[in-house]
Ligand binder design. Structure first.
Ligand code: HGY
Ligand code: MN
Ligand code: MN
Length: 400
């Protein structure tokens, strides 16, 4: 049985790390993320798990002996000023699910590992799903050189954590895994609108992340007539509106420019350079969305006499989750009294990496309210406990 009080207590304790009121800022590969790993690692080793951290700073806690592993977990990092449930609830419910099976002395025929992925959000270095991509060998070889705004590289951040600094050393054979399960808050309004506490994920949208640099020409804001300018911010602004227009016009697509920087950044200097992020997602024809946006970048830059360069950071295709695991999760949610609908996930998840590497993968959604990636994000302990119980029932079915 799920220990609701233990789960609630831990939700509060974990939210304090990097927390401020209801907000959490626990960036990937930061000291706060390590403090969170230390906290959950201590809980798990107290229950007899063999706890280790890999070269990409992912935390694994193994229960049981030899054989193909049931891997279950989520991520501990957050976006800046994010919510206290995104990722964290999945790790907490995975821990609670496994501990409830240990408490009940359930004999598991397969080893079960709880995983806390590192840097899923990519908030510091721009590389999303970092920890799970490292484990499944889906990172670009030069990724260790990527730097954050303070010029710290991923390799340096890993070395500061006591690792060697090469995330590729985290690679593990997907054949070692029998299944991967992840519980996560929905981060959207569908379960709330349906009045349901749980859902099962059918597919996860395709995601494209890139950094675009526009190079124009810095000039005097007073002495440079409008027809003689190569204004890098004006060009970027037209591209931002084109991203919105294109994504609006395509079914099941979203496009976001969440970060932008201007150089030199003074009120009386025509912007010489602008740097901004691209986040493009679609449940179908994702490649078409990316192609249309990148064409508009080239066309707009050309028409304004500025130069555009696009640095691709991540490109994950639309990911369908395993039909058999989806059946197990529908059965597990039904066993806790919920007729869980199947939903497409508009958010990206670490689950995409095991799924794309051939590991039978499934996800449970827990109802959340108040949106996500904001301090308003909320999930109730009751819904979380129900999700953890369903997860425990699914693990039991897959591992016994
Ligand atoms: O951006 C996402 O979809 C996820 O929260 N990393
Ligand atoms: Mn997130
Ligand atoms: Mn997440």
């Amino acid at each position: 049985m799920i220990d609701r009080e233990r789960l609630e207590r831990r939700m509060t304790e974990l939210a304090r790390i990097g927390g401020q009121d209801t907000a959490v800022s626990r960036l990937g590969l930061s000291a706060d993320e390590q403090r969170a790993r230390d906290l959950v690692g201590a809980w798990l080793s107290k229950r007899g798990a063999h706890v280790r951290r890999d070269a990409a700073a992912n935390l694994f806690a193994r229960f049981g002996g030899e054989g193909k592993v049931i891997l279950v977990g989520s991520h501990l990092d957050s976006v800046p000023e994010g919510g206290r449930f995104d990722g964290a609830l999945g790790v907490l419910c995975a821990i609670e699910a496994v501990e409830s099976l240990v408490d009940a002395h359930v004999r598991l025929r397969r080893p079960v590992e709880v995983v806390a992925w590192a840097d899923e959000e990519g908030a510091r270095f721009g590389v999303g799903l970092f920890g799970s991509a490292a484990m499944f060998g889906r990172l670009a070889s030069s990724i260790g050189d990527r730097r954050d705004r303070d010029g710290v590289s991923i390799a340096e951040a890993l070395r500061a954590l006591g690792e060697r600094g090469d995330p590729a050393a985290a690679r593990r054979d997907p054949a070692e895994l029998a299944a991967y399960l992840e519980l996560h808050i929905e981060q959207g309004p569908r379960l709330e609108r349906a009045g349901l506490p749980l859902g099962v994920v059918s597919d996860i949208v395709g995601i494209y992340h890139a950094r675009v640099t526009i190079r124009g020409r810095a000039d005097h804001a007073g002495a440079t007539v409008m027809t003689a300018r190569a204004d890098a911010l004006a060009a970027a602004s037209e591209i931002v509106l084109a991203v919105e227009r294109i994504a609006r016009a395509r079914p099941d697509s979203v496009g976001t420019v969440g970060e932008i920087a201007v150089r030199p950044g003074a009120k009386n200097v025509v912007p010489g350079e602008s740097l901004f992020s691209l986040d493009l997602r679609a449940a179908r024809d994702h490649d078409g969305l990316v192609r249309e946006v990148l064409t508009s970048v080239t066309t707009i830059a050309g028409s304004r006499g500025v130069e555009a360069s696009v640095d691709e950071l991540a490109r994950v295709p639309v990911t369908s989750l395993d039909p058999k695991i989806r059946e197990v999760l529908r059965h597990a949610t039904r066993s806790v009294g919920v007729d869980a609908p199947e939903l497409v996930s508009g958010a990206g998840h670490d689950a995409q990496n095991p799924a794309l590497s051939g590991v039978p993968t499934g996800m449970i959604f827990v109802r959340s309210t108040g949106g996500s990636h904001t301090p308003r994000e909320f999930a109730s302990v009751d819904d979380a406990a129900l999700g953890a119980q369903a997860l425990a029932n699914a693990i039991r079915e897959l591992a016994s």
